[in-house]
Ligand binder design. Structure first.
Ligand code: ADP
Length: 791
């Protein structure tokens, strides 16, 4: 066997070297001592896309490399020259620009004395580098995904946990999970140890099942008791949750992912809502009023029992009906308009309307309606509370009828009072005239004079009562008119005193007057104001035991005339101070108070004062403490508080009957005769007739200058008789004086219209008749016609 030599000859080595250089699969480059390219093998030229070696020969090897590679390249060349070999790795694209990475080994060839040549063997590692870069990119991507997942896990709006192994060791939980189970050690612990309360609730067994079978577990509204802080009582939470198995690459289960949402708040709110709805429905169903809920278009969505009964429908028949279809035609308009207004403004309303019952009948009701809004303010429903007003409407009608009946009864009563008063006047007329006749008889024995005086007082009292009654009746009927004049009050007060003096004197009272020298002026009816004051003075006299003191004062205060009547009498209890002014009111019923009144005097006083724009009030020191009545009347505008008195007081004139012919016509024979008797005694020439027809006959013959003519006569009444008298041929027209029980202004106007010159109310006051006749006599003496309309 030939011995194998481990050396070869130089020629052989050169051939070998050349062969290895040319056929090496790597890129081989030969560099001269100045690192210039001397030769490149075939593989190198091909790898670097160099068509002809002349393109690169003699140029510095470094120029083939990109600038980034220069530092490593320079260092490796220097190292190779110093130590014989070196290496580096760098990217160097081919001349065509194809990217390529190279592992380069540089070796120095032996040389003597001069710079050695270098051989660089560059292995193309492009594929490895690209694989490595791809792996690194993938790794980075994976890390980013992992990071994102981790963030999602931590920030998810659901609670999440990652459990590993058969004991469900807690690897990772998010904040929501911690919030759910409460602050406690979790990570690294088996679920059973970290959250032990899950075990008795069967939840660890559930985790076991998912782990063993790989079947996911899902539940909603799962009630789980959790002890959320140490020592605290377990708390119920309502959870929607899912547990799924996690598997490794070969599909075996390694752990569980749990996630879910804590629905406790929603659940509790739902329970509360349900409870309140149930409570609401219970209240509504038992309510005594009808309740109906409808949608915003007016379609019924809920009704209570009462509403069903009211309308005669079943609940199921009402649901879905339009409220307008349940409304009576006369109320549809207002209902639709009010509902429109409610939805436009949000303001509730209340209306009286009629509903239509199932049987077609109508039912009156009051509906209070309001809108119900949702959380964002939108209208969700309309609720009406409906009150059946059938009974109250009936009661109202009954009351109205009752009030009408009462008013009618009151009107009749007033009418009756007026008629009664009028009728009472007729018999009083002859009595008063009779007393007048007696007065003219100067030969009466003293005893009879006292009787006559007593009778006169009583008749005056009765006349007074009747006048009051008539006035009250007139005021109630709105028929009393004031004759307004500018009047001086102290004169009026003086005449009131004159009227009441007989009563005051009869009871031996002391009368203390405190009247200003100059009169205060008011705009009013002098007769009525005198009547007011005289009523108060009469009361003071009546309700003060004999020998008392009565005061009357007048002063101006704050634009008002203040008239005060005081007495030292029995007084008025505090509780009755206001009611004494009411009609027919009398305090108590004791004998001491029985003073023959009707309980209308003060009512009249107040009404007359109010008609004058004034006020009256009473004060008292209580039982036996005396009383004080204060009347306030507005002073006349534009007049200083004090002004001279101007009230007329009749001047006493000499009576001169002369030969005045007077005809007295009255169907009441006594009345006619007594008046004629008085006139006879006074010296007039009289004639009497008891009917209109007789009066005309008498007038034709007797030719009266004055005729006293009763109005209310059967057959031809006073008006007709007056007209006929005026038409009597051949006689001068006499002066016509109406005698009547009716003294109101319109009665006077009517008698004036019928041709009467004067109007006297029965029973006529003798003084008035005397004055009237005296005036006429005086006028005819002076050559004037006897008539001048005054009364
Ligand atoms: P009468 O006709 O009863 O006097 P009035 O209306 O004048 O009616 O008075 C009503 C009641 O007021 C009287 O019945 C009396 O009880 C009481 N009254 C009126 N004035 C006085 C007074 N000066 N002192 C005590 N009581 C009085």
């Amino acid at each position: 066997m030939p011995q194998i030599k481990n050396t070869i000859s130089t020629d052989c080595a050169a051939t070998l070297g050349h062969h290895l250089f040319e056929h090496s699969p790597d890129c081989m480059t030969l560099l001269d001592g100045a690192d210039r390219l001397v030769a490149m093998n075939r593989a190198g030229l091909a790898a670097m896309d160099i068509g002809d070696v002349s393109q690169v020969v003699h140029s510095p090897w470094r120029d083939l490399w990109p600038a980034e590679a220069h530092a490593a390249l320079d260092a490796a060349l220097a190292d190779a020259r110093r130590h014989g070999s070196a290496g580096f790795s760098a990217a160097c694209p081919t001349l065509n620009g194809t990217p390529a990475w190279w592992d380069v080994r540089i070796s120095a060839l032996p040389a003597a004395g001069e710079a050695a040549m270098l051989v660089a063997v560059s292995t193309d590692v492009t594929a490895q580098v690209q694989v490595r870069e791809e792996r690194e990119r993938l790794l980075k991507e994976l890390q980013a995904v992992h990071q994102r997942m981790s963030e999602v896990f931590m920030r998810a709006p659901a609670f999440m946990c990652l459990l590993s192994g058969p004991r469900h060791v807690i690897d990772k939980v998010n904040d929501r999970y911690r919030a759910l189970v409460g602050e406690r050690p979790l990570l690294g612990l088996a679920t059973e140890d970290a959250v032990p309360e899950l075990l008795p609730q069967g939840l660890i067994a559930m985790l076991d099942r998912v782990y063993q079978t790989g079947e996911p577990y899902a539940a909603s509204d799962l009630r789980v008791q959790l002890q959320r802080s140490p020592g605290a009582a377990p708390e119920a939470r309502y959870l929607d949750l899912v547990f799924i198995a996690l598997r490794d690459a070969d599909g075996s289960i390694t752990g569980l992912l749990g996630h879910g949402v804590d629905q406790t708040h929603r659940k509790l709110a739902g329970i509360a809502l349900h409870d309140s709805r149930e409570r609401f429905e219970k209240i509504v169903s038992q309510a005594a009023t009808g309740v109906v809920e409808m949608d915003v278009n007016g379609y019924v969505t809920l009704v209570n029992r009462r509403f069903c009964t009211m309308l005669g429908y079943d609940e199921s028949e009402l649901i879905g009906q339009s409220i307008l279809d349940l409304t009576a035609p006369d109320s549809v308009d207002i209902t639709a308009r009010s509902l429109g207004g409610l939805l436009a403004t949000g303001e509730g309303f209340q209306i009286d309307k009629h509903y239509r019952r199932k049987d077609g009948s109508l039912i009156p009701a009051t509906s209070s309606v309001n809108a119900i809004r949702g959380a964002s303010g939108e209208y969700r429903a309309v609720v009406a509370i409906v009150l059946d007003t059938t009974e109250s409407k009936q009661a109202e009608t009954r009351l109205r009828r009752l009030a009408d009946d009462l008013a009618e009864a009151d009107r009749r009563k007033t009418e009756f009072l007026a008629t009664l008063a009028h009728e009472l006047r007729n018999p009083l007329a002859p009595i008063r005239s009779g007393l007048g006749v007696m007065r003219l008889n100067r030969d009466l024995p003293a005893g009879m004079v006292r009787v006559r005086e007593m009778m006169e007082r009583q008749v005056t009292h009765m006349v007074h009562l009747i006048d009051d009654l008539l006035d009250v009746a007139r005021i109630s009927g709105g028929k009393l008119n004031l004759r307004m004049d500018r009047i001086a009050l102290n004169g009026v007060l003086a005449s009131a005193v004159e009227t009441s003096l007989p009563l005051i004197e009869a009871a031996h009272h002391e009368l203390v007057l405190d009247l200003p020298e100059t009169g205060l002026l008011v705009d009013g009816d002098a007769t009525r104001i005198a009547q007011i004051v005289s009523n108060l003075l009469n009361n003071a006299a009546k309700y003060t035991p004999a020998g008392g003191r009565i005061g009357l004062s007048l002063r101006a205060q704050a634009g008002q005339a203040v008239v005060t009547v005081t007495d030292t009498g029995i007084g008025i209890p505090a509780h009755a101070l206001e009611s004494v002014f009411e009609m027919f009111s009398q305090v108590g019923s004791g004998a001491e108070r029985a003073q023959g009144g009707l309980g209308i005097g003060l009512s009249l006083v107040r009404q007359l004062v109010q008609m004058h724009g004034g006020s009256v009030d009473a004060e008292s020191g209580g039982a036996a403490g005396g009383s004080r009545f204060t009347v306030r009347l507005p002073l006349a505008p534009g007049v200083p508080d004090a002004a001279p008195g101007t009230v007329d007081t009749p001047a006493q004139e000499e009576t001169d009957a002369g030969s005045l012919h007077v005809l007295v016509v009255d169907d009441n024979i006594d009345a006619a005769l007594t008046l004629a008797m008085i006139l006879d005694i006074e010296g007039y020439t009289t004639e009497v007739a008891h009917s209109g027809a007789r009066a005309l006959e008498a007038a034709a013959v007797f030719r009266p200058a004055v005729v006293f003519l009763d109005i209310g006569m059967p057959g031809m009444d006073g008006y007709e008789t007056a007209a006929a008298l005026r038409r009597l041929p051949g006689i001068e027209t006499p002066c016509l004086v109406a005698l009547t029980g009716w003294g109101a202004e319109h009665d006077r106007a009517r008698s004036r219209a019928a041709g009467f010159d004067h109007h006297l109310t029965k029973p006529v006051d003798l003084g008035t008749v005397q004055k009237l006749l005296a005036d006429m006599a005086a006028a005819s003496r002076g050559g004037h016609p006897p008539c001048a309309r005054k009364t």
